[in-house]
Design a protein around this ligand. Structure first.
Ligand code: UDP
Length: 321
């Protein structure tokens, strides 16, 4: 049996990753402080995994999770723990910086001590408000180091620097993935991110809150595609960084209309101020992932939206808690 530890395993992407690893017959330890993740995300996995799934509720940067993770070696450590929705990380700036520095330091050291390959989930936010389009891994980015978003962006950039330094100085096995906007079941309804907001708003008949004029672009990737990419990276010896995302780029206003159409909602669109430093364009160049990992996304935006809406509808209607 193979053994993995997933930080942030009770979060949106983390819980899907735990599920995929359990499906492969692996044994999985999930470390999460539930600050943005939830127990309900992993309840089903405790049934699915039985003794192969173990949840440790601890803060990655301050808690005593290493001793609670169990004795012995691990094959993989996936480090996902962090608030990821802008309103979430803007509400806890220092905690976000801590997990993006001390948290990563402890996670990568744990991987080294236990003999595991370390997979760091970085972000398209390292490109900031990009001046190169689409973004490839060679682009260094355009980040405001003291802007409000910097607590997330710079924590991820520091973590990339730390991960690559461990590879260079210690020869540690590492892989860095840069995740672009991802959506799907287990996002917290209305968590502040564009699709969880829009779908929740459309299903409850509220206006869809488009920030700015809605001309800014994003390229949403369905969560199952993203998780498949993370596993492909962990199976390889690629160091990266490597972009993981769906290059189908849409404006935020187009996205609002797609959601209204797909939900059959009578909601309208309400324009609101654009947040500070909001990137104007974002689209991944996935050439490297296609070449090195034989990976590309397969779920079309319209199909992913239908699956996500179905999941969200059951929560909003109160059918499922
Ligand atoms: N956005 C929006 N309405 C919302 C939430 C987000 O128009 O209710 C916009 C946001 O300004 C950004 C894009 O949608 O341009 C994606 O935002 P999100 O928070 O999902 O992720 P980001 O890519 O900014 O980290």
């Amino acid at each position: 049996m193979t053994r993995a530890l997933v930080t942030g395993g009770a979060g949106f992407i983390g819980s899907h990753l735990c599920e995929a690893l359990l499906d492969r017959g692996w044994s999985v330890v999930c470390v999460d402080d539930l600050s943005t993740g939830s127990r309900s995300n992993v309840g089903y996995l405790e049934e699915l995994g039985g003794k192969r799934f173990h949840v440790v509720i601890e803060d990655l940067s301050a808690g005593e999770w290493e001793s609670k993770a169990g004795e012995g070696g691990f094959d993989l450590v996936f480090h996902l723990a962090s608030a990821a929705s802008p309103p979430d990380y803007l509400a806890m700036p220092l905690q976000t910086l801590l997990v993006g520095s001390t948290g990563t330091w402890r996670a990568v050291e744990f991987a080294y001590q236990r003999g595991a390959r370390f997979i760091f989930t970085s972000t398209s936010e390292v490109y900031g408000d990009p001046l190169v389009h689409p973004q490839n891994e060679g682009y260094w980015g355009n980040v405001n180091p003291i802007g409000p978003r910097s607590v997330y962006d710079e924590g991820k950039r520091f973590s990339e620097a730390l991960t690559i330094a461990r590879y260079r100085e210690l020869g540690q096995s590492v892989g860095i993935a840069r995740l672009f906007n991802t959506y799907g079941p287990r996002m917290r309804p209305g968590d502040g991110r564009v699709l969880s907001n829009f779908v929740e708003q459309a299903l409850t008949g509220k206006p869809l809150t488009v920030y700015g004029d809605g001309s800014q672009t994003r390229s949403p990737c369905y969560v199952s595609d993203l998780v498949r990419g993370l596993i492909a990276l962990s199976d390889s010896s690629l160091v990266g960084p490597v972009n993981l995302g769906n290059p189908h780029e849409v404006t935020v206003l187009e996205l609002a209309h797609m959601v209204i159409e797909a939900t059959g909602s009578s909601s309208t669109v309400e324009f609101m101020p654009l947040p500070e430093d909001d990137p104007k364009k974002r689209c991944p160049d996935i050439g490297l992932a296609m070449r090195e990992l034989a990976w590309s996304p397969s779920v079309a935006l319209r199909d992913g939206l239908v699956m996500f809406i179905e999941w969200m509808r059951a929560r909003v209607d109160g059918v499922i808690g």
